[in-house]
Ligand binder design. Structure first.
Ligand code: ATP
Ligand code: MG
Length: 213
């Protein structure tokens, strides 16, 4: 059996056409079933539904042979034990710094002030500000990051942005987009050796369906 880990929502939806190109159809709809293991039209391939942040963990430890995870999630995880053969160019967005409209981010950076930054993405944020030589106090959050600058918890947030509508609705300003994000195929390194005959053609078929731009 080959097991693929996917998260519900945009990753599942955007992975479906790539699987279809490899001749794989998922026969259950995750929005309609409570099952966490979904069958496909191929008896030897199943899909398991896990939290987006758990995909690398499942694949790393062999709970799944392969999976799809955002670059954000992979950088936070560290990517240990994972072979990353393909950028699938799905679930595209960017990682950005955002602040309240009245916060002078450029001025604070210029003056070398310590900036309080709230984020779910502490590894990515730490690296970004270290690269810029900006001193930050990082505050780890698990959600609703937009609230942090509005309540005075932080001066800035580091978060994913796609349309910018959520920032706008909360009167926040995107002051520094700094990383393009998309999702990648990740494969367990041991599985790739042991099940190479089945995984390699699958990876190649998915790869040939990836958008060319
Ligand atoms: P949940 O929203 O259920 O708490 P999550 O945020 O971890 O979970 P998704 O929102 O499905 O899961 O995001 C999965 C991946 O899709 C992220 O890791 C990121 O790479 C990408 N992503 C997140 N937000 C967006 C967005 N607004 N537009 C495009 N891609 C996004
Ligand atoms: Mg989300």
């Amino acid at each position: 059996m080959i097991t693929m880990a996917l998260s519900k929502g945009r990753i599942f939806e955007e992975t479906l056409p790539l699987l279809a190109a490899a001749g794989i159809e998922v026969t259950d709809d995750p929005e309609k079933t409570r099952k966490l293991i979904l069958a496909t039209n191929q008896p030897g391939i199943q899909v398991v539904l896990v939290r987006a942040t758990d995909v690398p963990t499942y694949v790393q430890h062999g709970g799944a042979d392969l999976g799809v995870a955002g670059k954000d999630v992979l950088l936070e995880h560290g990517g240990e034990g994972l072979y990353q053969p393909l950028d699938l160019k799905i679930a595209r967005c960017r990682m950005s710094v955002a602040t309240r409209e009245d916060f002078d981010y450029v001025g604070a950076v210029k003056q070398g002030s310590r900036i309080r930054v709230a984020t779910k993405y502490t590894a990515i944020a730490r690296q970004h500000f270290a690269d810029k030589g900006v001193h930050v106090d990082l505050i780890k959050l698990y959600g609703s990051m937009e609230l942090a600058p509005l309540t005075g918890l932080a001066d800035a947030i580091v978060d994913l942005v796609s349309t910018g509508k959520t920032l706008l609705a909360n009167r926040l300003r995107e002051v520094e987009p700094f990383m393009d994000i998309s999702s990648r195929l990740v494969v367990n390194q041991a599985a790739l050796k042991l099940k190479r005959d089945r995984l390699r053609p699958l990876i190649d078929a998915i790869g040939s369906a990836v958008a060319k731009d």
